[in-house]
Design a protein around this ligand. Structure first.
Ligand code: ADP
Ligand code: MG
Length: 474
């Protein structure tokens, strides 16, 4: 049974509950389970004969109609009585984690728990503990270390290299950063680096929730919990998506049990623990009790390095794909801080060069990545800064600029400062007048016009003003 089937099933149940009301639903349908489907038949089961016959005689049509609303091709509901066989796990759940030569085969797997024909407790546990798939490209080797992620990287490395029985140094390790800044990359690197003796399990918070909910449905919650607790290193990504009371309570138990047993827990989220509003206060404080590390945005140097590595990697598969250094620099300089956009930018260049057979040029890059370019936030210039910089440049004091003195050596600097205030800020003429010692707006206008005219004829002044502008905007 797929995730989608279960989603659909839960929508069908919601529909049914809405139609028959909470009480009726709780009496007759609460223990109804989805066993699968075949062609036009959906297979459901209930634990007793009595329930089966009651539902069949009173609600058969309704159940079918609710299904058809979700899945129009169903025309029959087969309702069976579940056998009373006690559902247990296979005696040993083994997480395979030997450094196999082929990366692709190194997905963390559970041995001996073959999904048995769709549903069932084993497959639920298998799915839940099978971990989320790991991307073979996301390893420590391809992770570029820079100022913004040094600490997070060092901590992840440390965790990855620890051996069973080592003292756990920071638990949980909690890494937070905005979108596309390398959380998943770092966590998966850590999961890849797991060694034969330690079971590392990488799960997204969604997978954790789904696993738990599925296990609950399959009535194997206890087994699920036990299995989860055999893990040496539990890695949970995107914790901000953890929702629901029972899942949270379970997460809390698991966290406590693992940490108390000296197992390592590593977590990533898009915000610090204190900002995970939907989480229980106790969980938050437990999360904050380990090492909390933030990864900052990717600086230009780091972006450049990442792009170089990416381009080199792409070149191994596409020998003709040559991205000239100026193009890489252009992307590193202009594309947003987000690692995904960097990847996206390179992919577009690759696609373009593959499809057209043309070499990658700066012009082509500019065209291809236009929409990924970070809007240049013009630096907000303050009037005080203008006054300070201009005063320094002309060797007068700021109070001279604001004073009513009319000697030539302050008149010109004052006009320049007012002109810059008009061109570099959004302040109105009256506002600028007020900020220059309470002058009238016509005085400001006069100064602005004066300098505008002078700039056109006096190239030395024009240059001076350009220099001032640059200083202010840096
Ligand atoms: P997050 O999980 O924080 O949203 P990801 O880990 O998915 O971000 O990173 C987004 C993209 O940026 C991925 O392609 C990733 O490989 C790349 N990336 C981010 N940081 C780095 C880094 N330090 N070195 C190499 N690639 C990085
Ligand atoms: Mg991620």
């Amino acid at each position: 049974m797929t995730h989608m089937d279960l989603d659909r099933w839960s929508r069908v149940k919601d529909r049914l509950r809405a139609e028959v009301g909470d009480d009726v639903y709780a009496s007759w349908f609460a223990r109804m389970e989805l066993d699968g489907s075949e062609g036009d038949t959906v297979k459901l089961s209930v634990p007793t004969r009595f329930l089966k016959s009651w539902i069949q005689s009173h609600y058969a049509e309704r159940v079918l109609a609710c299904w058809q609303a979700e899945q129009p091709n169903f025309s029959r509901v087969e309702l069976t009585v579940r056998s009373a066989v006690i559902r247990t796990l296979p005696s040993k759940i083994k997480v395979m984690e030997t450094p196999a030569p082929q990366r692709e085969n190194r997905e963390i797997k559970l041995n001996g728990a073959q999904p048995r024909n769709g549903a069932g407790p084993i497959s639920a546990v298998h799915e839940a503990l099978g971990g989320s798939p790991l991307d073979p490209r996301l390893t420590f080797e391809t992770f570029v270390v820079g100022r913004s992620n040094t600490l997070a990287h060092a901590a992840a490395k440390q965790v990855a290299q620890a051996r069973r029985g080592d003292l756990v140094m920071f638990n949980p390790l909690y890494i937070h950063a905005g979108v596309g800044l390398g959380k998943t990359h770092l966590l998966q690197s850590l999961a890849w680096a797991g060694n034969a003796e330690r079971k590392v399990l990488y799960l997204t918070a969604e997978k954790f929730m789904y696993g738990f909910v599925a296990a609950l449905r399959a009535q194997t919650a206890l087994a699920f919990k036990e299995a989860l607790r055999t893990i040496d290193v539990l890695v949970i990504d995107d914790l901000q998506f953890l929702q629901g009371r029972s899942t949270q309570a379970e997460f809390c138990h698991t966290l406590n049990a693992l940490i108390d047993a000296g197992r390592q827990v590593v977590i990533a989220a898009d915000r610090p623990p204190s900002d995970l509003e939907s989480l229980d206060e106790r969980v938050r404080s437990r999360l904050a009790g380990g090492l909390v590390v933030e990864m900052g945005s990717l600086g230009e140097e780091l972006r450049l390095e990442i792009l170089k590595c990416r381009a080199a990697a792409a070149r191994q598969h596409h020998p003709d794909f040559d991205v000239p250094a100026p193009v890489i620099e252009f992307i590193a300089r202009t594309v947003t801080h987000n690692g995904r956009d960097l990847e996206g930018a390179l992919n577009r260049l690759l696609a373009h060069s593959k499809l057209t057979g043309q070499p990658v040029t700066l012009e082509m890059a500019e065209r291809e990545v236009r929409d990924l370019i970070r809007p240049q936030e013009p630096k907000r210039v303050k009037i005080e800064d203008i006054q300070r910089v201009v005063a320094r440049q002309y060797n007068v004091s700021r109070s001279d600029l604001l004073s009513s003195r009319r000697t030539a050596n302050v008149v010109r600097p004052r006009q320049v400062a007012m002109y810059l205030a008009k061109t570099l800020t959004l302040r109105s003429l009256p506002e600028i007048g007020r900020r220059f010692g309470g002058r009238d707006h016509t005085t400001v206008l006069h100064a602005v016009r004066k300098i505008e005219n002078l700039v056109n004829t006096d190239s030395a002044l024009a240059e001076e003003i350009e220099l001032l502008k640059r200083q202010l905007q840096e």
